[in-house]
Design a protein around this ligand. Structure first.
Ligand code: BDP
Length: 323
């Protein structure tokens, strides 16, 4: 007769073998609306995940900041309420200070330089730093956030043009310092509050890349877009660490692979979107100011790079050495 313990093992194995592996719907979030390159790339990751796991892992997207502003969504991801979040690296700085190297004004020479850095070993290193920090996040990949330029009702060519102008910045003291150093007055607030803050004059303007300026309808209120190019901030997508730990090693590998694909796919979508939105803002009468004294802004922001970058001097040298 079979021993009771052996029987129990056999039974347990049989149950395990026939029990369907529980399906899991991952909750993804973005401050941008449906159709925005980052949102589309994340949804495409979801479709591939669904196909590769035959519907076992799916992704549900909550776009358009329905789950709150970026700061709050970062907190929700840390707490496990959101599984995958696409966020600017900006508001992640106060949570993982090491990422502030990428958030500093004029740290990248161009968008091409930024892309080369995030695609290479330094990009991987920063992702690992986030994952290994106490933030409860697993950093999966990068997305493109273009170049941030200034928009108010007046042309801005040099620091003096910003005197007395209140400019909304993302939630990170580094950015308020940056705007103050540039000659304006930095005020931090959520992206969602900005449109009405500009309408009511709480702020005179803000700064962002072309797709955000257009998608957020900011171009209808602050109609002068000055090419200061002071920030080239990569965006990132992060996973809740608690949820990540529940996934099998195979699923983790699959998601990492799809994350890299999403990084590349978003870039294609991004470039198209910038062209489309640039045409749209021109057609609606936005003045683009190109003769900006960028050197003056570079010099004016040196104290910010000194303050936030001195602890990472070697890393900054390595960033600069990337061709
Ligand atoms: C956009 C980023 C978005 C930020 C927003 C902002 O894509 O993640 O929330 O800027 O300025 O460019 O808050």
């Amino acid at each position: 007769m079979m021993r009771a313990s052996k029987l129990a093992v056999l039974l347990a194995t049989a149950v395990f073998a026939v029990a369907p592996v529980a399906a899991l719907e991952l909750k993804a979030a973005d401050v941008h609306p449906e159709g925005y390159p980052n949102v589309v790339a994340m949804q495409s990751l979801g479709k591939k995940l669904d196909a590769a796991t035959k519907g076992r892992l799916t992704l549900k997207m909550f776009p358009g900041a329905v789950l709150g502003d970026e700061k709050s969504m970062i907190e929700q991801t840390q707490a496990g309420g959101i599984d995958i979040l696409r966020t600017s690296l900006g508001p992640l700085g106060p949570v993982v200070p090491e990422v502030n190297v990428f958030n500093m004004p004029f740290v990248f020479r161009s968008e091409a330089h930024m892309r080369a850095v995030v695609d290479g070993p330094i990009g991987e290193e920063i992702l690992t730093k986030i994952t290994n920090s106490s933030a409860n996040l697993v950093a999966l990949g990068w997305m493109d956030g273009g170049t941030r330029n200034l928009y108010t009702k007046k042309a801005v060519r040099k620091p003096a043009d910003l005197a007395g102008q209140k400019v909304r910045m993302m939630g990170n003291p580094l950015f308020v310092d940056t705007m103050n150093a540039m000659g304006g007055s930095g005020i931090s607030m959520g992206f969602g509050e900005l449109y009405s803050a500009m309408q009511t004059g709480v702020v005179d303007g803000a700064e962002n890349n072309v797709p955000s300026y257009v998608t957020g309808n900011h171009f209808t209120v602050a109609k002068v877009y000055s090419l200061t190019g002071h920030l080239i901030i990569p965006e990132i997508f992060v996973f809740s660490k608690a949820k990540w730990a529940k996934l099998s090693a195979e699923d983790q590998t699959l998601i990492k692979k799809l994350a890299r694909e999403a990084q590349m796919e978003q870039r294609q979508l991004w470039d198209k979107r910038v062209t489309m939105d640039t045409a749209r803002m021109k057609a609606s009468g936005v003045t683009i100011v190109a003769d900006v004294d960028k050197d003056a802004f570079f010099k004016a922001t040196q104290p910010v790079r000194d303050k936030y970058g001195s602890a990472y001097a070697d890393l900054i040298k390595r960033i600069q050495a990337v061709k």
